[in-house]
Design a protein around this ligand. Structure first.
Ligand code: UD1
Length: 376
């Protein structure tokens, strides 16, 4: 069985890494990897961490490129690889432009498609944009759907997907997280936490200084919503008893407003995008996480860290139901109020800070490989 895994961004690489490693260890499977490199630096960090050497690298990232330019380039450059390698299966993960275009292209070549992290939906085509439509496109083209949770499976069944083509596998993000969380805390993280005096007693009062970790980069938040998020961070920083650490995504639409509004603010540390290993370790040490990322909504519950989700809707209701995620949107005062409540009220904090893991048991990759081998 010949399998081509195609991915393009950092989060896809994190979640596909356990699958790629499992495929490589399976007899009877010839596994190759193609990266579109829709991200460059951010993707390469993850490839190094998981020691994945792509067989094909389309190197498609251009500065601030449009979705149309990227899509056209994937069609043009991936097609000859499908024609040459002739895989039996193409695997894609999640909901990026790489996923939607690759799934469609594989269909044009009459190659079977396996979709990892299938069935996530907000049922609002504009949120997240363009991911909600990207994952639906992948779902329409897919022959085998690897649903991470029962709710994701139910979403697919409601859309008429045949039950026998859905495998309930969990999300390989938990496999990746376990692999990385076991490794020692990197020196860079230790040094940063020491410098910021995290968990050190404060000179005034009995409290210790706490870490608030932030990531925000979603397209539907570009413009005013992202600016409102930054203003909330500025206000929270004025408390003086928290250190806000924000690794800033390389997209120019994120870099510009974040640097303009937060660069010289006391108690706010802006960092370049972090490698997955330090990010996971920072997450473990955070008191509170504010994010619009999808993956962090899956990872933080596993550590029992409360997450305020900077979005109006989520395709990960499992974490909200479990009580560790709370949707707060992007309104400045709402963010400040919700964060303040958690920081000031131990009972409110304790209610959210419970470790649950609705997204997988760390064995998703092997279940995905088994489902491929058993497909009839
Ligand atoms: C993409 C995905 C989004 C995912 C996110 C994770 C789409 C439409 N969006 O958004 O679903 O959540 O990745 O990060 O597929 N850049 C660099 N270096 C990098 C990466 C990006 O300079 O390593 C800059 C480039 O200017 C690039 C821009 O960021 O053009 C945007 O990257 P792109 O892949 O188009 O979208 P993201 O906003 O990263």
């Amino acid at each position: 069985m010949k399998i081509l895994s195609v991915f393009g961004t950092r989060p896809e690489a994190v979640k596909m890494a356990p699958v790629v490693r499992a495929l490589a260890q399976t007899k009877g499977i010839e596994s190759r990897v193609c990266v579109t490199a829709q991200h460059r630096q951010m993707l390469d960090q993850v490839l190094d961490l998981f020691q994945i050497k792509p067989d094909y690298d389309l190197d498609l990232m251009r500065d601030d490129q449009s979705l149309a330019e990227l899509s056209a380039a994937i069609f043009t450059d991936l097609d000859p690889i499908l024609a040459g390698f002739k895989p039996d299966w193409v695997l894609v993960q999640g909901d990026t432009t790489t996923v939607a275009i690759t799934a469609l292209l594989a269909y044009y070549r009459r190659i079977r498609v396996g979709h990892v992290e299938a069935g996530l939906r907000t049922h609002d085509k504009w949120q997240p944009f363009p991911e909600e439509i990207n994952r639906r496109v992948a779902g329409v083209a897919a022959d085998l759907h690897f649903a991470p949770t029962e709710q994701a499976r139910q979403n697919l069944l409601r859309e008429g997907v045949i039950d026998a083509t859905i495998a309930l596998t969990g999300n390989p993000v938990i496999d990746a997280l376990q692999f990385v969380a076991k490794q020692a805390e990197p020196e860079t993280v230790k040094q940063l936490l020491d410098k910021l005096e995290i968990e050190k007693p404060m000179t005034k009062g009995p409290e210790t200084r706490r870490l608030v970790l932030v990531t925000a980069h979603r397209r539907e938040n570009f413009g005013k919503p992202l600016e409102d998020i930054c203003l909330a961070l500025k206000e929270l920083a004025e408390r003086g008893d928290v250190e806000i650490v924000y690794p800033v995504h390389l997209n120019p639409n994120v870099q510009e407003p974040v640097n303009r509004l937060l660069k010289h603010v006391e108690h706010v540390t802006l960092l370049p995008p972090l490698d997955y290993l330090p990010l996971v370790h920072l997450m473990k040490r955070a008191t509170l996480i504010l994010t619009d990322s999808g993956g962090i909504q899956e990872e933080a519950p596993a550590f029992g860290i409360p997450v305020l989700v900077l979005r109006e809707v989520t395709e990960r209701p499992e974490g909200v139901e479990a009580g560790t995620l709370k949707l707060v949107g992007t309104d400045t005062q709402r963010i400040v109020a919700e964060a303040t409540r958690l920081l000031d009220q131990p009972s409110a904090y304790a209610e959210m800070a419970k470790a649950v893991n609705p997204f997988g048991d760390g064995h998703a990759a092997e279940k995905i490989v088994a489902a491929l081998l058993n497909f009839k």
